[in-house]
Design a protein. Structure first.
Length: 441
């Protein structure tokens, strides 16, 4: 529980750091309300809508209310999907306000010892260190390959975990070996005539747990005529830190990535994870007050491009024959890919170019699936409400294949498929893995 002294400090910091113009720009028009999943799923509670959260921030800054538990809870429950920004007539940067407010709260309140230990382990000890990420992935791989997974399931150990976690254990991808994770290329030549020289942002989860998807991305870029540079000094994008009130950590990671990519003389920096791409493209805002990096960050963000965008730009879908066995395919937008990177049409263009399939648009494909980083773990009840709605819409398309463009979304949709008992009838897959299947066919 936040003490009176902590509340006072938080209030002063909010007054110092929150952008007054952004707070005032909100006209309270309500255009954001129909786009906000937490507003809808909470029974249209104003404090769980973007407009309401901004009003609460402004009230704290003006000294009208305290930053109490209810205020904190309102901000905690937000997914940070930023769908509200796409419809805001005033162009309020709600996501920036949310991240600043969360950072101020988390840096000026005292967590319990277990929570401090977990945050320290995750934010300082794990994600910033690629070798440790590989080590953790290797441990999970050992659990999968050694027979421990079969034993744990057989004796009912998984039933001791919360439902969401026990189901998630079933849908984790098969982990790569340590040898596969360490044997990564730094330069890959194009296939055929060169179109671009690009750098590939591999990510932390994508280059460990989702290594095969990264391999598929590299192959597609080769087929698109791209010379690919993969700097070894790159690190986690910092999104998890930034969204969880650890802004100093996200800035450190941003600086490391800018240094790793800035002297490569490339046309674009390619990502295949909507969440990572959206955070990378915001580095110019993240480092706007850093005199040594603000201009370098601007140059960095100009080059960020999702894999689907560059494939469409080089007319990959016209030059390469894409074919799959007959199936119905639908697409679930990555919130950050759609709302921050403004990429929605490119993935659909690629999917519709595949012969042999039937594409069906999902109703509310742009509404958050409830994954949102680790939201589905720490806010399981609200997350599952969103997933239940999403699965209704997915089933209504009669799709046998649900395509996503972000690892968190992919795991969430697989979780929904498992929960609905549809594992043998429906699958979830990343768009680059599906495209490579289509090329091979």
């Amino acid at each position: 529980m936040t003490t009176t002294q902590e509340k006072k400090i938080i209030q002063e910091k909010l007054k110092e750091r929150l952008n007054e113009d952004e707070l005032l720009n909100c006209m309270r028009c309500g255009f954001c309300l129909p786009t906000c999943p937490t507003y809808i799923e909470s029974g249209y509670k104003e404090s769980h809508a973007p407009r309401g959260r901004i009003a609460l921030m402004k009230a704290v800054v003006d000294g009208l209310i305290e930053p109490d538990e209810e205020f904190e809870r309102s901000l905690e429950l937000c997914l940070g999907c930023r769908a509200c920004e796409t419809v805001c007539p005033s162009g309020v940067k709600y996501g920036h306000l949310l991240e600043d407010a969360r950072d101020i709260i988390n840096q000026n309140k005292k967590f319990s010892l277990p929570v401090r230990a977990i945050r320290k382990t995750v934010f300082d000890g794990l994600f910033p260190h690629p070798n440790r990420m590989r080590g953790l992935t290797n441990l999970i791989g050992f659990y999968q390959r050694s027979g421990l997974q079969t034993i744990a399931r057989g004796i009912g150990f998984m039933s001791l975990l919360p439902d969401t976690l026990s189901t998630m254990e079933k849908v984790l991808p098969k982990m790569p070996t340590m040898k596969e994770m360490k044997n990564r290329p730094e330069h890959v030549a194009p296939i055929g005539k060169q179109t671009h020289r690009v750098a590939f942002f591999t990510g932390c989860l994508m280059d460990t747990m989702f290594l095969k998807t990264n391999d598929a991305t590299i192959k597609l870029l080769q087929l698109a005529g791209c010379e690919i540079v993969i700097p070894k000094d790159q690190t986690c994008c910092g999104a998890l830190h930034g969204h969880s009130g650890e802004k100093a950590g996200s800035k450190d990671l941003a600086r490391r990535n800018i240094k790793a990519f800035e002297d490569l003389n490339v046309d674009f920096i390619i990502t295949n994870a909507g969440g990572c791409g959206a955070f990378l493209i915001d580095y110019d805002h993240l480092l706007k007050d850093d005199p040594d990096f603000k201009d370098r960050a601007k140059e960095f963000t100009k080059k960020i491009k999702d894999i689907s965008e560059i494939l469409v730009a080089v007319k990959f879908n016209e030059k390469v024959k894409l074919e799959l066995p007959s199936q119905i395919i639908t697409y679930q937008d990555s919130c950050h890919l759609k709302n921050v990177m403004k990429t929605a049409s490119a993935p659909r263009t690629l999917l519709k170019a595949i012969t042999g399939i039937q594409y069906e648009e999902m109703k509310d494909a742009g509404r958050c699936c409830g994954s949102a980083g680790i939201y589905n773990i720490i806010e399981s009840e609200m997350s599952m409400k969103m997933l239940d709605y999403k699965m209704i819409q997915a089933k209504n398309t009669h799709a046998t294949t649900v395509v996503t463009a972000n690892p968190g979304c992919l795991l969430q949709m697989k979780l929904g498929i498992e929960r609905e008992g549809l594992s043998g009838k429906m699958r979830g897959i990343h768009i680059v893995d599906l495209l490579l299947e289509a090329v091979k066919k």
